[in-house]
Design a protein. Structure first.
Length: 178
């Protein structure tokens, strides 16, 4: 089944280079993450990320504490991965993936590689003839296989959300036209 959806086909996750080079306060971090990752927020009437959530990530050791109440690009990258993946995996698994990413890659390089995988997997889910599925275990390393499998899960859930939303809209239109 080939489902064309321009919003998803043109998905662009913010790359490391697109993050602010200056440090941000928590309210700026929340606004940035919510704005740039809005597509992953399944319930727009509920907060996608809150200060309490960020504090919990720090408390659980997933994020380093802010320095003088300010967050840097590394915090943004890790929060982006958490927000993208939190529907698919428990925080402990996400933390492990971030730890592996940090050990294997410079944080910016690893984050960008993850974004590349997510974007490709979304396109592959929507248009497999143009973007052939990549075998997870054909990846050059176990770390890339981990990113690819997480990216695939993210892509499938995102596409599923859009299918359900479209179905609900069509059903609502049909009900309103009766």
């Amino acid at each position: 089944m080939n489902i064309k959806n321009d919003e998803l086909m043109n998905l662009h996750l913010p790359r490391w280079e697109e993050f602010p080079t200056f440090e941000l306060y928590i309210d700026q971090v929340l606004a940035f993450i919510c704005d740039r990752l809005e597509i992953f927020n399944r319930t727009p009437d509920e907060p996608f990320i809150t200060q309490s959530m960020v504090n919990n990530y720090v408390k659980n050791g997933v994020l380093l504490p802010p320095i003088k109440k300010k967050y840097n690009r590394e915090h943004l990258a890790k929060l982006a991965v958490i927000c993208i993946a939190k529907r698919m995996l428990p925080l402990s698994y996400i933390s492990e993936a971030i730890t592996v990413m940090s050990r294997v890659y410079e944080i910016g390089e690893g984050y960008n590689a993850f974004c590349d995988e997510v974007e490709y997997e979304v396109k592959s889910a929507l248009s497999p003839e143009e973007y052939p599925p990549r075998a997870i275990f054909d990846a050059e390393s176990r770390n890339l296989a981990m990113f690819r499998s997480l990216a695939s899960a993210v892509a499938r859930v995102l596409v599923c959300d859009r299918i359900i939303e479209r179905r609900r809209r069509i059903s609502n239109i049909a009900l309103n036209n009766k």
